[in-house]
Design a binder for this molecule. Structure first.
Ligand SMILES: [Fe+2]
Length: 174
């Protein structure tokens, strides 16, 4: 279940509905999805996509997404530190970044500006999150280094990170 850390206020919110309301006010979508078949830890991509098809398909059709795949990152993934360093610099994408967390944990950081400043959403099993396009954010694998997630694309090229080089990330990253 997701957790929200308001970094500039040093405050953590764990109530799902409260987190959802906060993020929705910033145009970030947060939902909870459940598999409709039991999934083993070594389920393959086809089985995982099938287990969430009842949520995935209507979402993709409604929002014009074409492709979905499953990434599986863990401590044995080659060059994991190099990958982490790429994710954890503030960037944007030309399309929405949509992730569903099948297992493991990942942290989305958002630079919201204004009163809310920088916040971090820890996403765990069952959390679905959509980052709007051209939205300042970064992502961290720390401390678990285990993410199994469905990625949804309109176009894989859209997911290229456009770095802001703001340096804000460095003030918050562990
Ligand atoms: Fe991103």
């Amino acid at each position: 279940m997701a957790k929200l850390f308001l970094a500039d206020k040093n405050e953590t919110i764990t109530d799902f509905n409260e987190i959802k309301k906060f993020l929705n006010a910033h145009n970030i979508v947060l939902e909870q999805w459940e598999a409709n078949i039991p999934l083993s830890d070594d389920a393959d991509q086809v089985t995982i996509l099938k287990a969430y098809e009842h949520e995935l398909k209507p979402f993709m059709e409604k929002n014009g997404f074409q492709d979905a795949d499953v990434i599986n990152i863990n401590k044995d993934t080659p060059n994991i530190q190099a990958a982490r360093e790429k994710f954890m610099k503030e960037h944007q994408h030309s399309e929405d970044e949509v992730r569903f967390f099948v297992d493991g944990e990942g942290i989305f950081w958002f630079n919201l500006g204004g009163n809310d400043g920088v916040v971090a959403v820890t996403c765990q099993r069952g959390d679905f999150l959509s980052v709007p396009k051209m939205y300042n954010h970064w992502f961290d694998l720390h401390p678990k280094y285990h993410v199994k997630a469905i990625r949804i694309f309109t176009n894989k090229e859209g997911w290229v990170p456009l770095y802001t080089n703001s340096g804000v990330d460095a003030k918050y990253n562990p």
